[in-house]
Design a protein around this ligand. Sequence first.
Ligand code: C2E
Ligand code: CA
Ligand code: CA
Length: 578
Amino acid sequence: MIQSGSILRRRLVLVVDDYEINREILGVILEDDYDVIYATDGKEALESMRANVDALSIVLLDLIMPIMTGFEVLETVRNDEQLKHIPIIVLTAERSAELQALQMGAADFIAKPFDMHEVILARVGRIIELSEGRQLISAAETDRLTMLYNRNFFFEYANRLAQYHPELHMDAVVLNIEQFHSVNDLSGRDFGDKVLKAIGDEIRAFLATTEGIASRFDADHFDIYCVEQEDYRVLLNRIQDKVNKLSPNVSIHLRMGVQPWREGFEPVYMFDRARTACNSVRGNFQNPLMVYDESMHRREQLNQRLLNDLRPALERRQFRVFYQPKYDVQCDPPRLSSAEALVRWQHPELGLILPGDFVPLFEGNGLIGVVDSFVWQQAVRQIVAWREKYGFTLPVSVNLSRSDVFDATLIDRLRHLVDDNGLSYDDIMLEVTESAYVDNASLMLDTINDLRDLGFKIEMDDFGSGYSSLNMLSDMPFDVLKMDMRFVKNIEKNEVDLRLVKLILDIARYLEVMVVAEGVETQGQLELLREGGCDLIQGYYFSCPVPPDEFEALIERELAIERDAGQTTKGGIGAFEA
Ligand code: C2E
Ligand code: CA
Ligand code: CA
């Protein structure tokens, strides 16, 4: 982070400390950027300073040492014409000593136990720069664009404020820009910079009247540590107004999360919570401010609990796979065509947990892969079991997570699974959410293409929620389009939604892929979809996801209908031809 140490020649640093461990720690921190020499007491330090008087850039000096203390060294150096230009940073665990040392001519101090590496490096670099009369200081300490602190300094100062001024009740405030990367993409980086600078200006104006500090990092993250405010809407509105004035053509939305002061809470911890609050209102333009509260705390605790419980749950086989039927509605009566495998967690204390409560959590850290593998295995075994019991194959689709697609072993694992169980590749279908296609286009496309080349059928799940554009769509490889259930929900009441659904059906016809509508709950929805040409329907109207034994009742009912109609079950049910 600090480049000063490596400019042209490497500068020489003398580290003086009687404890070897301290010398070692500082050596490790400094060695990449500086040449480091050592002394173990004040007397040795002075000898070394005299011997290296022209080469030495800085001395890091412990105060309490045998033979000659740091204070004596400071005193001697201050009165020595030759040595007094060499800057000294004192190392101290005592706040009272800091002041005395500064009064005796020390340039700065470093607290023991030692601060973060970056802070130490920055201090050393800064003092060298100062003594060399150069002006690069702020580069280390502040962000050039907004003139707010960079992250490390911010937290160092926040910790000091919390520690030394407990009487100031400081809140943690996190501010973010919605979709900042699109702002950059659509309006250019210069405009993006203008937005960031405007936010920085307004935060600094706010801090001119309120005790506090602020930082910017990772492009559009702003952390503000300030004395408690009555209502943070005032601050958010003030910054939002400033940003609104930048351009009439671009609308930029800010969001904010707050963790109010709590006795004994460390700044880092408070900012974690403020960030959680801020993320919880991502995309919520009506309500862009969130104060961390108990329900969030409970949610975080639950998440932690689920993370801890995952491994034992796998070992104790607490995950269960339910099946929801898909019906072909272009024949009369509709025929059972296939099923989707949906995971549930039968938790011994928390009861039945739906995937919405743990899938996104495990997706965030890649752990979902093990759950998915388990589900695929169960699904394959189920297909085999039903084939043996009923004499035909009912195709089952399974869900793939984003992280599965990044897994280099994915294709081999799926292939083995199918081969080892004597199935064919199109007996198991793979559902991949549309947004995954959009996120990491090229890798995703390669993997999907390889899977399709093998013979797997791919369903694009949640279509309409991931903002893929029409021209992208024609390049995306998939066999079945699964319309997001939000479209279906209101088709009976809302003309626009109905038109959208019809549009999607048209697109599917044009692309020559089948369409599944999800979330169908009523006869009316079913009729509209059928008329529009929708092939398959999945939803509570037919059945919610059920355990395998209940699903068998659906199969048997289907077989009975066929028998009654005197039909021959040539290919069995599952007349699914994608
Ligand atoms: P999804 O893949 O879009 O699955 C459809 C969800 O809609 C299921 O929720 C299903 O129970 C629900 N649903 C079906 N019909 C209706 C209906 O008529 N009305 C309403 N309101 N809902 C209906 P579920 O089982 O809670 O799963 C939620 C999501 O969790 C799934 O959405 C999928 O994204 C994910 N998921 C489920 N199982 C797995 C899995 O094994 N692996 C992975 N990676 N994700 C899974
Ligand atoms: Ca799905
Ligand atoms: Ca879906």
